[in-house]
Design a binder for this molecule. Structure first.
Ligand code: GLU
Length: 482
């Protein structure tokens, strides 16, 4: 092409671009975010998305959005909507650049809003109260009082099922942003069934031990969770950027780590043990809470973690004694008690202090290559099984091509310490690896429930600007590696 023709072609495409920008009113969204130095995200306050805990704002979506803001080199501003309708209105008005709120991809929404590629998969589930009639299919829903979040993807699903003539369906739509309200309604008998996402139920079911999954609303069908972008701007570059960002998080394991961190502890605990925990939390914990808080402060750890360990060890019984002679709230062995200067293991204060000190010692002695938050889980495993066996499990992990510094990888191999084909080749030999794995997962689970209880006791949530706070996960993630 002649230079003049090139110039003319360039000028034409520039004009076209400008025209396009003017038409959709907002210009290039990515450029706007970068030049303003701020990413505005609307979300909803719920256990699976965004909440405030003692370290400040936290949650799966908050962590992801924070990573994106850091990656873009801009600040994050979070707005929390109180209903799904409110959330989409905010987005529509362009008061947020994107919505990150555990949102399902639906046809209707995708007609109105551009969206990212999926970063999570989920299933809508029908939840019921144990002891009442359990429906097994959509055909058994008519006549039952069903609740769903207003404007949620589940309203679409139910409408479609009804229109397809699957069943004469009726349901009540609850204005809100947190599915916990629905579970609360089931628990108090105000409703019989609720439709909520699998990840939401997994995280919250421990607070409602009587609630169970009746069936998957759409059998054999997973749905995509996506971020929606504000319409009215040119989003193509922002969209591409976010898709690339998710690909990178997928490739370097961050997505999986976040999933494990926010949703991973909830599986594998029976309904019975959740129920017992809830009872004990109400009846027994109050007697020891002050003491636990005091010791946790002394050792600079979260009181919920110390309480969770003490529950796993002794069910908060200071006189607990096992057949093997471990005793007290923190179930210390005699040699351990001597080593850390505990003279009376049945004294609750001494026992808690001893346990906290012992855990800190173990944590300090772990290899420096293990980083937080995994380091904390490794220390718990060592508390149960000892550093030597834990090291064996790390060696097996490495031999099998796993990452010995990653809790999830080592957790999967702990049970191998019970198999002779493996423990014959380890340094410290046989160990009850299954028990150690369960031990840590239980503590994470109890810790989570205690956190939740604490947070819901200390509401409400102000909308806030959050660049001063980064949740643990952001502090622990190597951003330069992104
Ligand atoms: N994923 C749902 C939606 O996008 C919200 C959560 C729920 O209702 O379970 O509407």
């Amino acid at each position: 092409m002649q230079p003049r023709v090139v110039t003319a072609a360039l000028a034409l495409s520039l004009a076209l671009l400008l025209l396009l920008g003017a038409c959709n009113g907002g210009g290039d969204a990515l450029h706007r975010i970068q030049s303003k130095g701020e990413l505005k995200v609307v979300t909803r306050n719920s256990p699976t998305t965004y909440y405030i805990d003692r370290d400040g704002p936290n949650g799966y979506e908050y962590a992801l959005a924070g990573l994106l803001a850091a990656d873009l080199g801009v600040e994050l501003e979070v707005k929390s909507a109180f209903t799904l309708d409110g959330l989409f209105q905010l987005l529509e008005r362009g008061e947020a650049d994107l919505a990150a709120a555990g949102l399902t991809l639906t046809e209707q929404r995708s007609r109105l809003f551009p969206h990212s590629s999926p970063y999570y998969r989920l299933r809508p589930q029908v939840v019921y109260v144990a002891g009442t009639r359990r429906p097994l299919t959509v055909d058994e829903l008519p006549g039952r009082k069903i609740v769903v979040l207003a404007d949620s993807s589940h309203v679409d699903e139910l409408t479609r099922l009804r229109d397809e003539g699957a069943a004469e369906l009726h349901w009540e739509e609850i204005d809100g942003a947190d599915t916990m309200e629905l579970l609360e309604m089931l628990d108090t008998g105000e409703a019989e069934l609720a439709v909520i996402d699998s990840n939401e139920f997994d995280v919250q079911r421990s607070l409602y031990p009587r609630l169970k999954v009746a069936f998957d609303l759409l059998p054999d069908q997973e749905q995509d969770m996506v971020w929606y972008l504000a319409p009215g701007a040119d989003n193509s570059r922002l969209q591409a950027y976010i898709d690339q960002f998710f690909l990178r998080l997928q490739a370097d394991g961050t997505l999986e780590q976040l999933r494990d961190q926010y949703f991973g502890h909830s599986t594998g605990i029976s309904r019975i043990s959740s129920h017992t925990f809830n009872l004990n939390m109400r009846n027994t914990l109050p007697q020891y809470k002050d003491l636990i808080r005091q010791v946790a402060r002394e050792y600079q750890m979260e009181w919920q973690l110390l309480a969770a360990i003490a529950y796993q060890e002794s069910h908060w019984d200071p006189l607990a004694t096992s057949p093997t002679g471990v005793r007290g709230l923190m179930m210390l062995t005699l040699p351990t008690a001597k080593e850390i200067g505990v003279s009376d293991r049945l004294d609750p204060l001494q026992s808690l202090r001893g346990g906290a000190r012992y855990l800190k010692n173990l944590k300090r002695r772990l290899p420096a290559s293990i980083e937080e938050p995994d380091r904390g889980w490794f220390a718990l495993a060592a508390y149960n099984i000892g550093l030597g066996h834990l090291e064996d499990a790390r060696v097996i992990t490495q031999r099998q091509g796993g990452d010995p510094n990653r809790w999830q990888d080592v957790l999967e191999r702990l049970p191998l310490l019970q198999k002779s084909s493996h423990y014959r080749k380890t340094r410290y030999g046989y160990a009850r690896g299954v028990e150690a794995a369960t031990y840590v997962q239980n503590i994470r689970h109890y810790h989570n429930i205690l956190n939740w209880q604490d947070i819901s006791d200390n509401k409400p949530l102000p909308p806030l600007k959050v660049e001063d706070y980064l949740p643990q996960v952001l502090r622990d993630t190597n951003l330069s590696a992104l």
